[in-house]
Design a protein around this ligand. Structure first.
Ligand code: GLV
Ligand code: GLV
Length: 320
């Protein structure tokens, strides 16, 4: 019997896909550092039994209705707003993501971005690289303190808890907002649940880790930014569309908030002409939350294992 076909939408190292080697014939999008075009993905999906996808690939009704052999989609990300899970359920396609393996790395990046924004690290480094450092000054590149301040985490899942643990090491006061209270975060870390408005009003650093859903889209809008302190920073490591970017821009320019650290944008990639990228009080990163070599490889292996399990008619490790 022919082996099942798995299509991988990015060039990944074969050794990271070894769990799939026996189970399937693997085909990959061959151009390194270029995403698989939509028409290629649609065509490949028609014959594939499994897909290993990136967060930039849209898995929707248009794709699923023609994917008659498809049994499993494994997304190389914890977020899965690129997948219409309801449509996949209807077509009996199992969807998997990569939680847990990326928690600590994403928390590291979140805290690094918070620190970079507060202490103006990238701006300071550029000062030297652009040959502009002429001497010491009392307010030269003076930023904001982090230690003993209040961090407010919106979306207290496992990444939120890992960020809260880091915040505790900096003697920060930890608030959080979540639909459900997180007793682990409260007992282990002394995090305090507050309403969304209270979090905005009291936090020095508002950190967004909530998944993008219909309910969270544009939850950070002008009215939210107006409730924040003028000295506060907004840090986003979830999805760009959780924020109304025009409203964030206005809040920054009108100094309603002090600055922002952004790892994600509504439409990615952004160009250097993007209005937010041109504000000195914005630290902008190109969606690198989980981007350590070790973690990305763990994510690849988890995707491969999940696909192999489903193709072997077993329960995947991390089904959505
Ligand atoms: C990255 O953004 C992810 O969801 O893993
Ligand atoms: C964090 O937001 C998570 O779901 O782990």
């Amino acid at each position: 019997m022919d082996k099942p076909i798995v299509y991988v939408t990015r060039t990944l190292p074969e050794e990271q896909l070894s769990p799939l080697k026996e189970a399937a014939d693997i085909e990959m999008w061959e151009k390194e550092d270029e995403p698989c075009p939509r028409d290629v993905l649609l065509e490949k999906a028609k014959t594939a039994d499994g897909l290993l996808t990136m967060l930039s690939d849209r898995i929707d009704e248009e794709l699923l209705k023609e994917a008659l052999h498809l049994k499993v989609v494994a997304n190389l990300a914890v977020g899965y707003d690129n997948i219409d899970v309801e449509a996949a359920n209807k077509h009996r396609v199992i969807c998997c993501n990569t939680p847990d393996v990326l928690t600590e790395s994403t928390a590291d990046l979140t805290f690094a971005l918070l620190m970079a924004a507060a202490r103006r690290i990238i701006e300071a480094s550029d000062w030297i690289k652009q040959g502009r450092w002429t001497g010491w000054g009392p307010y030269f590149l003076a930023g904001a303190d982090i230690h003993h301040k209040t961090i407010g985490i919106v979306g207290m899942g496992s990444i939120g808890r890992a960020v809260a643990r880091r915040a505790k090491g900096f003697s920060m006061n930890v608030l959080y907002h979540n639909r459900r209270q997180n007793s682990e975060a409260e007992e282990e870390l002394g995090a305090v649940w507050v309403s969304f408005d209270e979090l905005l009003e009291q936090s020095d650093f508002v950190v967004c880790l909530t998944p993008l859903t219909k309910e969270t889209k544009h939850m950070f809008n002008r009215s939210a930014f107006k409730k924040m302190k003028h000295t506060a920073f907004f840090i986003n490591v979830s999805r760009g569309q959780v924020v109304d970017e025009g409203d964030l821009y206005d809040a920054l320019v009108e100094k309603e908030i002090a600055g922002a650290g952004l790892d994600v944008f509504a439409e990615e990639p952004i160009s250097k002409k993007h209005p937010l990228a041109n504000l000195p009080q914005v630290t902008a990163l190109p969606h690198i939350g989980s981007a350590s070599k070790e973690t990305r490889e763990a994510m690849m292996r988890l995707c491969a294992e999940n696909i192999a399990l489903v193709l072997g008619e077993k329960q995947p490790k991390t089904e959505i």
